[in-house]
Design a protein around this ligand. Structure first.
Ligand code: THG
Length: 262
């Protein structure tokens, strides 16, 4: 599993405060903790309260890459925020994200090509998040087709079926899992798949249990990458164990210790 640490997000009060006060130490500590816990990439999101998302994204990128050289996943719906961040990224980046809207794809895919980044494509459009698996598949196919047309390598494309909270859209979660398998037959090579895992438990009281169970099920449906809280030990141990059961890790009696810190 390609793990993208989700904790540098202005949705968290501590992070929002640190961004506001330009307190690099807090951000760099959270970056290092997530890397130590197994993240290969770090999501950077200024949060809904940011007054200057362009300036804040540039500051976040610069602060984080002083602490780690991991892949940076620039998380914003605003194209100018993404581009400002890309201009200062030194190593590898992933654009998080584009919708399936043609006008957005026409700007974002060339940007991803110009800066040689990965790209996350959400299966939503101006009409919103689909209610069913068929529409999610249609939107994924539209993103894949546009990437093929523009010469963007599908190995660098991550399709995200858009996870909604279990207390809001319970009836859709099974479809969200099943469509992961269907994304894989859209093209050759297939796109990769990613989920914002913690969305599933927002507003619930058993977050770790819900996140872990959903992640294990997603692993069984071939999920390639997850935006998650890598500091949740129960979640990470569940992930390692799911990969063990699917023969993606070699068994030994101390497999949890052996695989936790790779
Ligand atoms: N897909 C993609 N990117 C994404 C998402 C996605 N980026 C943002 C989000 N979804 C993934 N990241 C988070 C980060 C935090 C939370 C959920 C998803 C979260 N935060 C607490 C909450 O809302 O309860 C914040 C409160 C707190 O604990 O302080 O749950 O789906 N491509």
């Amino acid at each position: 599993m390609f793990i993208i640490g989700e904790l540098i997000n202005g949705m968290y009060r501590e992070v929002a405060e640190a961004i506001k006060n330009k307190d690099k130490g807090v951000i760099q500590r959270i970056a290092k903790e997530q890397v130590e816990a197994g993240s290969e990439a770090l999501d950077l999101n200024c949060g809904p309260a940011s007054r200057d998302p362009v300036g804040d994204m540039v500051w976040l990128v610069q602060a984080v890459q002083e602490a780690t050289d991991k892949i940076l996943c620039l998380d914003s719906t605003k194209i100018n925020v993404i581009e400002a961040g890309l201009k200062v990224v030194k190593n590898k980046a992933i654009i998080n994200s584009t919708s399936a809207d043609k006008d957005k794809l026409d700007i974002i895919i060339p940007l991803a090509l110009k800066y040689n980044t990965g790209l996350i494509g959400l299966t939503l459009d101006k009409k919103g998040v689909p209610q069913d698996k068929e529409r999610r598949l249609e939107l994924a196919a539209a993103i894949v087709a546009d990437c093929q047309e523009k010469g963007f390598p599908l190995e660098n494309l991550y399709i995200d079926p858009v996870v909604l909270p279990v207390n809001v859209a319970q009836a859709q979660l099974e479809d969200t899992l099943k469509v992961l398998l269907e994304f894989k037959i859209i093209s050759q090579p297939p796109p990769k798949t990613v989920m914002g895992l913690s969305n599933v438990s927002q507003g619930t009281k058993q977050r770790s249990m819900i996140n872990s169970t959903f992640l294990v099920m997603a692993v069984a449906h071939g999920l390639d990458a997850a935006i998650l809280d890598p500091l949740d030990k129960y979640l990470m141990d569940s992930l390692i164990t799911a990969e063990l059961i699917l023969n993606k890790q070699i068994y030994c009696d101390s497999f949890l210790q052996a695989y936790r810190k790779r």
